[in-house]
Design a protein around this ligand. Sequence first.
Ligand code: ATP
Length: 262
Amino acid sequence: METEHAPILSMEKLTMSYSGTPVLKGVNLEVESGQVIGYIGPNGAGKSTTVRILLGLQQGYGGTARLFGENIKTSGIAYKRRIGYVPETAEVYDMLTAREYLVFTGGCYGLDAVKAEKKGQQLMNQFGLANVFDTRLSSFSKGMRQKVLIIASLLHNPDLLFFDEPLSGLDANSVLVFKEILAKLAETGKTVFYSSHIMDVVEKISDRIVLLYDGQIAADGSFEELNAQNKEGSLEDLFNQLTGFHQHAQIAEDFVSLVEEV
Ligand SMILES: Nc1ncnc2c1ncn2[C@@H]1O[C@H](COP(=O)(O)OP(=O)(O)OP(=O)(O)O)[C@@H](O)[C@H]1O
């Protein structure tokens, strides 16, 4: 049972290895309802793996993951109706039109077809995609697909949102709109677990930033708290510092030297 004060999301000693190589080495995290968590870390750190575990899409992990107070290993799948997810790389059903896709995904989350269609159309209109509601997704640009995925993740009004690099392909105006949407969703009490490499956006939208490094949580706090501890400027600087990365200029120089060798 979900208890009144239980965190909406928690991980206890979460571990995961692929072919014997450890990726998560004991991740502990508790998230309160209504927080926007910026989940960051270097390429290959295990961010998507964490999200897949929490969504019940990844088997073979150790430790305990709880959503809405319940262990996801034993709670059945009902909790999934309260979750929205935009994956890092999504397979959309290319031959479907946006209308068909949204009705289908709405149905997967328990929404009836008429409602999913109406809401899908309204949200497509908001994103400036009214004229392609009946166009096949195969002809959509990357950014247009991304918008459809964002809409699909929100159709059923979930309480907990997982966004894995959701801005991928979105133009600058759409990014502005999306940032506002996130802020409004958080205002209405939604919890957002936001994983991205776009540091200025993470810095702006997150109440709390969690850095995954070497299989564990290496930093956890608001941007101001992390900044005060580390005395760096932007989140990008902080990221470089916390992950011990200072060789960008040397790597770039070596890289271009190699390119120039013929
Ligand atoms: N299905 C899989 N089989 C084998 N190895 C995997 C699999 N999925 C992920 N990995 C490995 O686990 C590690 C973590 O991958 P993951 O995608 O979780 O990282 P990430 O932090 O999301 O990275 P990025 O920022 O590049 O998206 C990587 O070394 C990756 O190669």
